[in-house]
Design a protein around this ligand. Structure first.
Ligand code: GDG
Length: 472
């Protein structure tokens, strides 16, 4: 193992480091994911560093390296995890920014922990960055870091990318600390969002709350006298994130993955149609709406359990937050009811899996699915939609996609749905099942072209090019 010895010209800052280990005696392993895939080459070529929490509370870990990436751990106590992470990040900001699907809780001690932990990340980033380095901060857990870092290190260029939606002003303005969060974000030179609408919502909040002038994606930010005075320009713009498309394509071409896809269908009793949903078990993903629509289609005999099975993978998520415990109970009650009413001895309506799977198994499931159901009520992007398309090397399959996902802006060939409209969702599922093969291929061809040309490397290049254009 190598220890970082010099300051880095490129620093990534995110809540979690891109590594995991099962216990303190085990070696660190890279966690799979598009962000690591996109940033690893940049980190390796620039000798960059990644600052983040290693995932275990109450341990101090020295900087270390994995696969040539220099990692700088920030430690969090058990209290920090409860107040900053589960509290303010996942029970205040997450529900507020997803259009209050679940009511956000506002607690001053959560906010205090958020400020304290953001300061810790900012200091770690400031210490890791070489003179005039580029620092790229990620996501809603760290919205105060850009400004804190700018105060500590006015010489560095700062980018921030927001992975989740930025809500409309009427919702955002609920936040008791709405000014501080905007000021925190405006410490960045480039503030990236998933959708054009998110960037627009942010600019409006800045105008209304801070009175700064905004024009076509640039915001004029006054600079305090102690930092030189005058006005600087921050860019707030959409950079839709994507996946490592080639990696999905490659996995889908492996003979053993194709064999596994066939086995999955056989294991389900070879139904004529396999519907598939995969989500973190989160109230933003519209799993309940999907189940309701599907259950009604069966109850009304528009679908027959002898012909159709829905596979729903709901991977465990945020299990210590009350809203997530309640959601799990609701979903499992609904699945149990539908299966109880509709199953026969030989056929099951819903194969429900509260588990996480290796990526190869996910791709086999994508290949086994005739129809992919993405019915999120609000989603920054939704990578599952893109992964499904990237895996369909056979050019078949139909994507049903909620208009409330960022992906909907880029994927007009999907069947677009409003998941709140249960009748519309039911019709869309039937349309998807009945879609002729030629039409499936036509749509899938266009979708595949889109995710091939706009992969995660394209996303990071576009963002970093804009960041490089920032002069100091
Ligand atoms: C946030 C934003 C935005 C899920 N279960 C398993 C598994 N997954 C993988 C999927 C996909 C990822 O997790 C989920 O990404 P999504 O984009 O669908 O959603 P969030 O987790 O909410 O992500 C979102 C994203 O950030 C990126 O900016 O798109 O809007 O909410 O990659 O495949 N992967 C494996 N096993 C599982 O059981 N291997």
């Amino acid at each position: 193992m190598r220890t970082p010895t010099t300051e880095a010209d490129f620093v990534v800052v995110s809540n979690r480091l891109p590594v995991d280990r099962s216990s303190e005696d085990e070696p660190w392993r890279r966690s799979p994911g598009g962000l690591v895939a996109a940033l690893e080459p940049v980190l390796q070529s620039t000798g960059g560093a990644w600052v983040g929490w290693p995932g275990q509370p109450d341990v101090e870990i020295d900087p270390f390296a994995v696969d040539g990436m220099d990692l700088v751990p920030v430690s969090l106590s058990t209290d920090d995890v409860e107040l900053f992470y589960e509290g303010f990040s996942n029970d205040t900001i997450w529900p507020l920014y997803h259009d209050v699907i679940s009511p956000p809780a506002y607690h001053r001690e959560w906010w205090d922990a958020y400020v304290r932990v953001n300061e810790r990340f900012a200091s770690a980033a400031a210490a890791a960055a070489a003179p005039a380095a580029t620092v790229w901060v990620h996501d809603y857990q760290l919205q105060l870091v850009p400004r804190m870092l700018r105060e500590l290190r006015p010489d560095v260029v700062i980018g921030y990318f927001h992975h989740i939606p930025f809500p409309a002003y009427g919702i955002y303005s609920q936040l008791p600390w709405r000014k501080q969060v905007l000021e925190g974000l405006l410490g960045a030179d480039v503030i990236g969002f998933q959708r054009v609408a998110d960037a627009g919502n942010f600019a409006r909040a800045v105008r209304r709350q801070l009175g700064f002038e905004t024009k076509a994606g640039s915001i004029r930010v006054p600079v305090p006298d102690e930092l030189g005075g005058g006005v600087r320009t921050a860019i707030a713009k959409a950079y839709p994130i994507s996946i490592d498309t080639a990696a999905y394509d490659e996995i889908a071409r492996r003979p053993e993955v194709q064999t596994r896809a066939r086995e999955i269908r056989e294991g389900l009793g070879d139904p004529a149609v396999v519907l598939f949903g995969v989500d973190r078990l989160d109230y933003t993903k519209g799993i309940g709406h999907r189940l309701k629509a599907y259950g009604e289609l069966l109850a009304e005999n528009r679908l027959d359990v002898a012909d159709v099975t829905l596979v729903q993978v709901a991977s465990p998520s945020r299990e210590r937050v009350a809203a997530y415990m309640q959601l799990r109970d609701e979903i499992e009650l609904t699945v149990g009811r539908i299966n109880g009413d509709q199953d026969t001895v030989g056929h099951t309506a819903i194969r429900y899996l509260h588990q996480a799977y290796p990526r190869e198994e996910m791709v086999a499931l994508y290949l086994a699915a005739d129809v992919m159901l993405v019915t999120a009520l609000r989603d920054g992007m939704n990578l599952v939609a893109k992964e499904y398309v990237a895996s369909r090397i056979d050019g078949r399959g139909v994507l049903v996609l909620s208009e409330f996902t960022g992906a909907a802006d880029e994927m007009p060939q999907a069947i677009r749905v409003n998941p709140h409209d249960i009748e519309g969702l039911k019709d869309a599922i039937v349309t998807a099942i009945d879609m002729p093969l030629a039409e499936q291929r036509r749509r899938m061809r266009a979708l595949r072209r889109r995710v091939r040309d706009h992969d995660v490397a394209h996303w990071s290049r576009t963002f970093l090019d804009d960041l490089r254009g920032v002069s100091r």
